[in-house]
Design a protein around this ligand. Structure first.
Ligand code: HEM
Ligand SMILES: [Cu+2]
Length: 562
């Protein structure tokens, strides 16, 4: 039976969440191409350079916070309902949706205020040119911070619905293992609860009172630290849903089965443990944090490679198994026996491939000494357009081709556009991101409306600054085309009438090595959450204590011995 007929209520929820996320993607992509053309000097007619930061804030917030969070809420709702075979609790889920939507509207209105002349609203200028990493000392209208807080609170409430589903299911199935998709959702949410504490404290205790004028000073180091306490794990909040897709759906699309359920569970537990005690790797250049603690963060970050390498192995092994089921032979020629013409499959595979490249440039970001070479250069956006901008975003688009028919009962329309779309995104991203990495090595800064580096000669850099700029502009334009192609397919599918039978379904085949091979201790959430918290106390305790030792609102921190 089609998902929408088995679970009509959850389908409606998923549709609403996807709709908000697709709108955010469309506006965000438009801002993206404006930036790419503006900062390269190809075309500066859309916005003034002074408004560049407003557009950039909109791009970061709409794509990295709104598009991601709403898409993940929809995907998780589907995954829990599909694997526990029950409708999600409606009241909690819809409350979450409306809280997140209210937050999104507040944040978006504050950002738009910056373009329309910052009118005074409730005694404060309506603007939020603070970028998506909204820490002090840049200040936004209180509505922006309240909006950001509501998006996070909404995601917490959405998580309650997944846990409630598990508890209800558990009372009927006391001895069964938690189904893999639900296990992945809940592990991600536990990681999210632990890591969002940082940004919640930052926003509620400091930024909102400060923007309202209730307190005069904040400690920039403390608020930055609280932000990055959340700012690294948030990348796993984007990535783990992509992993859910790669582990549980991609093998099926390849015609095979997941290689190992135990490995998948180990990987998710490893993320719960290691995602948070690493945030200082964003603060290598910040004074006031002892290098020993930066070193701990670097070591933990390198350990995080392990679950990603395990994933690369498991997912490739599962896809190869699928190819061999379809009659493939040979060491590499099995790659030809894969359904590259299916947009869902091709998109996920290309996203995974780009993620590998993003992993390599991420290791350079994380290296304490080489980080100084690329810190705050355009290399950094080059890196994360491979990760959140492709590993997550392209997986989300690709799996929509498979999922949207199931939550609407409508066949995918505009198939020929859909088949091409992942390749357009891939080529656009390869061109834009590669040039961004190289330009960063040449020292060109990020977050700059008019980087005027043309007259400089960069010894040791292949190519010229002009050539890199053109590549960023062309790549950015192709990406915009890719996003538009996706949205055309989605709009046409969502607006079409239902008819005919679907060729896709949500039945997930049993893994080759199933849950009965997974040690039961892997499902012990209390244990893993306790260890995660302990690691955080070790990694963050002393530096945070020293930051607050001189008063909560006083800048800086007295030295601590290491
Ligand atoms: C149409 C596709 C896209 C284009 C053309 C594009 C272009 C750009 C450019 C040129 C920048 C750098 C601006 C600067 O530092 O001056 C940027 C920044 C950024 N992009 Fe994209 N991007 C696209 C899609 C995405 C996606 C899908 C995501 C995430 C899901 C994303 C997330 C970000 C973030 C978080 C920043 C950093 C903002 C900041 O520095 O505050 N982008 N983008
Ligand atoms: Cu990080």
């Amino acid at each position: 039976m089609v998902f929408v007929d088995s679970y009509p209520k959850t389908s409606k929820l998923v549709r609403s969440e996807f709709l908000v996320s697709f709108v955010a993607l469309g506006i965000g992509a438009l801002f993206g191409v404006i930036q790419a053309l503006h900062r390269t000097g190809v075309f500066r007619g859309f916005v003034s350079s002074a408004d560049y930061y407003t557009i950039l804030t909109g791009h970061g917030v709409l794509l990295a916070l709104v598009f991601t969070t709403f898409f993940i809420a929809g995907l998780f709702a589907w995954a829990v309902a599909n694997s526990l075979e029950r409708e999600l609790p409606q009241r909690i889920s819809w409350s979450a949706f409306w809280i997140m939507l209210t937050g999104t509207v507040l944040a978006a209105v504050s950002i738009i205020g910056g373009i329309v002349g910052s009118p005074t609203i409730l005694g404060h200028d309506l603007e939020a040119d603070v970028l998506f990493t909204f820490y002090a000392p840049m200040k936004a209208h209180p509505a922006f911070y309240i909006g950001a807080a509501l998006i996070i609170v909404g995601s917490w409430v959405a998580g309650l619905a997944y846990f409630k589903s598990l508890w209800d299911w558990r009372s009927e199935n006391p001895d069964e293992r938690i189904p893999l998709q639900t296990f992945m959702v809940l592990t991600t949410m536990l990681m999210w609860y632990v890591s969002t504490i940082g940004v919640a404290v930052e926003v509620v205790a400091f930024l909102i009172p400060w923007s309202l004028g209730l307190i005069q000073n904040v400690d920039p180091l403390l608020t930055r630290t609280l932000f990055w306490y959340f700012g690294h794990p948030v990348v796993y909040f984007w990535l783990m849903p992509a992993y859910l897709v790669w582990y549980t759906i991609l093998p099926k699309l390849a015609g095979g089965r997941l290689f190992s359920d135990p490995l998948a569970r180990v990987v998710f537990v490893a993320f719960l443990l290691l995602s948070t005690p690493v945030g200082f790797h964003h603060q290598y250049t910040d004074p006031g944090i002892p290098s020993g603690y930066k070193f701990i963060a670097m070591t933990n970050t390198m350990f995080l490679l392990l679950p990603s390498l395990l994933t690369a192995f498991t997912v490739v092994a599962s896809v190869e198994h699928g190819a061999r089921q379809r009659g493939a032979k040979g060491y590499l020629s099995w790659l030809r026996n894969l359904p590259w013409g299916k947009p869902a499959f091709a998109g996920c595979m290309l996203a995974g491939l780009m993620f590998a490249a993003g992993g390599f440039s991420g290791m350079i970001n994380a290296g304490m000494n080489i980080n100084y070479l690329i810190h705050n250069t355009i290399w950094v956006p080059g890196h994360f357009h491979l990760t959140v901008g492709t590993a997550f975003a392209l997986t989300a688009m690709a799996i929509s081709y498979w999922l949207v028919p199931q939550i609407t009962g409508k066949k995918l329309r505009q198939r020929s556009i859909a088949v091409l779309q992942p390749y357009v995104w891939f080529v656009g991203m390869a061109v834009m991101s590669n040039a961004m990495h190289r330009a960063g090595l040449a020292g060109i800064p990020r977050r700059t409306a008019e980087p005027t580096y043309d007259e400089f000669a960069f010894e040791g850099v292949a190519g010229t600054v002009g050539e890199m700029r053109i590549q960023i502009a062309i790549g950015g334009f192709l990406l915009f085309v890719g996003a538009a192609m996706f949205l055309i397919v989605m709009a046409d599918t969502l607006l079409a009438r239902r008819g005919g039978t679907l060729s896709v379904n949500g039945n997930i085949p049993e893994p080759l090595s199933g849950a009965d091979h997974s040690p039961r201790i892997l499902d012990n959430y209390k244990l893993w959450t306790a260890i995660a918290l302990l690691l955080i106390v070790i990694a963050y305790g002393p530096p945070l204590a020293s930051m607050v030792a001189d008063g909560l609102f006083a800048p800086g921190s007295p030295p601590i011995p290491v």
